[in-house]
Design a binder for this molecule. Structure first.
Ligand SMILES: C[S@@+](CC[C@H](N)C(=O)[O-])C[C@H]1O[C@@H](n2cnc3c(N)ncnc32)[C@H](O)[C@@H]1O
Length: 173
């Protein structure tokens, strides 16, 4: 896994120079995003199928897919330069458990999954709305949110794990 993560970091640094995929431009910044992506791993590792909404340059979906090789991951990302990067990484890292879906989630065609993740894409109520068709009875939604998430949750039942300014929000049902 470490070798794959290093390769990912080097490729992102390289692609970012010409394609501007993300605002994270140094090795240290990218490694911090990898750590952030992996932090809730223990809580989600049993999922057999998962969707990451708006994977962007790989956070958290591609990183979790590297760490969870037995989970089938759908990385949903509509922006061409970003889904091209994700497809390239899937190929060079040999990630057989990854399908890149080059669409907005609202227009995707995926069977309901055990886990849906998302970081920095849209407010919680909107995520819940577009994620609904892809959730099963026991599915988990894991949202990577900032410190002001409590305003957004507003009555939504969730459990929260906090680390520094990050809130990892787990929503079931
Ligand atoms: C601010 S970026 C965050 C990228 C990444 N998750 C991260 O944390 O670095 C938001 C991404 O969500 C994607 N996006 C926006 N609306 C979406 C939708 N309805 N379905 C799927 N992806 C979406 C955008 O194309 C963009 O790449």
């Amino acid at each position: 896994m470490q070798e794959k993560l290093e390769k990912f970091t080097n490729e992102l640094l390289k692609w970012n120079k010409t394609h501007k995929l993300t605002n994270y431009t140094t090795k240290e910044e990218i490694e911090a995003q990898i750590q952030d992506s992996l932090y809730p791993l223990e809580k989600i590792k049993d999922a057999k199928t998962a969707i990451d909404i708006g994977t962007g340059a790989g956070f958290p979906g591609l990183i979790l897919a590297i760490a969870m090789p037995d989970t089938k991951w759908y990385l949903v990302e509509p922006l061409k330069k970003r889904y091209s990067f994700l497809n390239y990484l899937k190929t060079i890292l040999g990630l057989k458990n990854v399908t890149v879906v080059p669409k907005r989630l609202e227009n995707a065609d995926i069977e309901p999954v055990d886990l849906i993740t998302s970081r920095a894409v849209m407010p919680t109520p909107e995520i819940l709305k577009i994620a609904k068709p892809y959730l099963k009875e026991n599915s988990t939604l894991l949202l990577y949110k900032g410190s002001n998430v409590l305003d957004e949750l507003n009555g939504i039942k969730a459990s929260i794990i906090s680390k520094d300014k990050r809130n990892y929000i787990f929503i079931k049902d």
